[in-house]
Design a protein around this ligand. Structure first.
Ligand code: NAD
Ligand code: MG
Length: 385
């Protein structure tokens, strides 16, 4: 493989660290262009030095002087703020890893798409809020979107070489999270610490809470709808507590292809980094005899209404998915700050979606305005409870 250049948006997060772990093991194959982070200056600076990055961007503007100190004497260019994030994403690179959490990653992801490069997309919230707009921009700019989310990466692998016309259904698997077998009463009393203990995956705080509410699977349902447009009626969700089967594609002849692997995000990330080839990873090998049995069950949308809310939002289309996402981000933050109960997360999202809908957005600026308004309204609702 000839050396390729790469930028990582959200370099200090869980996905960013896993990506850099793989690059660290293959230093000669990659040249690092830009690394970005929100506020962790020291980590960003030490990564920029270690990987000899061209550019380091901190989005929190107040931290620029600290970044300057931390990188003094190095050749790394520095910048700060939201516009600088987009500049970093637009800087020519063979691959951009979009691993910022939340709608904050939308504009930088769009900037990466507009340079027509290959994007390893982990930032699912961007696709949820602005899926139609992002996907048309991918087509217009000849960009390549490689799904990094484990389920979508599995589907991408299972679809390889087949036309989506041959697909009868696509099934996303869900671990069910830490509260899979909890009663409604128990869910009401679920704490932040309990929600942050995912049984199978080690991830950032926001997605870990999303996994506990099952909103993660709701967001992934919308993500799958944009990445693999086979029709909403062909998309399914099944609970699979072992997280070994990462998703499945059923073809019209009755064949179902599944992708299996350890619960380690370095597997789907490696599949993006090496695509269309393969690379070695240090991940545990799958030992099915040791695992013994794989089980599957239907999701329970009474205890976990989030997947229903997401399906209704994507069916409604227009502004609804962006509002669902914005309200969820506000609610998860409030839950993590011990301001609301676990079950109030989905309740807040439902309430946000029941307000009058703005007209369907057609530009990125309109999506961002809908996102801002929905956040303000969700925060107002929180003030009242
Ligand atoms: P994380 O919280 O560990 O890291 C988030 C990164 O984004 C950090 O580098 C942080 O500095 C940056 N960031 C946070 N807020 C920002 C802001 N307002 N502006 C700019 N940058 C900001 O999150 P993560 O778990 O790595 O998840 C990243 C994305 O990948 C999410 O969209 C998540 O849903 C998706 N994803 C994560 C996993 C996983 O295993 N962690 C799996 C599948 C998908
Ligand atoms: Mg996933």
């Amino acid at each position: 493989m000839t050396q390729r250049s790469i930028s990582i948006l959200g370099a200090t997060g869980s996905i960013g660290s896993s990506t850099l772990d793989l690059i660290r093991r293959n230093r000669d194959k990659w040249r690092v262009v830009a690394l970005t982070a929100h506020s962790r200056v020291d980590e960003l600076a030490s990564l920029a030095r270690e990987f000899d990055a061209e550019l380091a961007v901190i989005s929190d503007e107040k931290r620029l002087p600290d970044l300057r100190d931390a990188l003094s004497g190095s050749n790394v260019e520095i910048a700060c703020g939201a516009a600088a994030l987009c500049d970093a994403a637009a800087r020519p690179a063979d691959m951009v890893v979009a691993a910022i959490v939340g709608c904050a990653g939308l504009a930088p992801t769009m900037a990466a798409i507009e340079q027509g490069t290959t994007i390893a997309l982990a930032n699912k919230e961007a696709l949820v809020s602005a899926g139609d707009i992002l996907m048309s921009s991918v087509a217009e700019n000849g960009a390549t979107l490689l799904p990094t989310d484990s389920e979508h990466n599995a589907i991408f692998q299972c679809l390889a070489g087949n036309s989506s016309r041959e697909v009868r259904s696509i099934t996303l698997t869900a671990s069910g999270g830490p509260f899979r077998s909890w009663s409604s009463e128990q869910l009401n009393a679920a704490t932040r610490e309990q929600a942050l203990k995912h049984p199978n995956w080690d991830m950032g705080a926001k997605i870990t809470v999303d996994s506990a509410t099952m909103m993660n699977k709701g967001l992934e349902f919308i993500e799958a709808h944009h990445l693999f447009p086979v029709g909403l009626d062909r998309l399914r969700i099944i609970v699979h507590p072992q997280s070994v089967v990462h998703s499945m594609v059923e073809y019209r002849d009755g064949s179902t292809l599944a992708q299996l692997g350890p619960s380690d995000m370095r597997v789907p990330i490696a599949s993006c980094l090496a695509w269309p080839q393969r690379m070695d990873t240090p991940c545990d090998r799958l030992d099915l005899a040791q695992i013994g049995s794989l089980t599957f069950e239907a999701p329970d949308e009474v205890r976990f209404p989030a997947t229903r809310l997401a399906r209704e939002a994507v069916e409604a289309g227009g502004a609804a998915p962006a509002i669902l996402n914005a309200a969820n981000e506000v609610a998860v933050e409030a839950f993590l700050a011990d301001r609301i109960r676990f079950t109030e997360i989905a309740a807040l999202v439902a309430q946000a979606l029941s307000a009058a809908m703005p007209p369907p957005p057609t530009t990125l600026a309109e999506v961002l305005a809908i996102d801002r308004d929905a956040r303000r309204r969700a925060s107002d609702i929180l003030e009242r409870v």
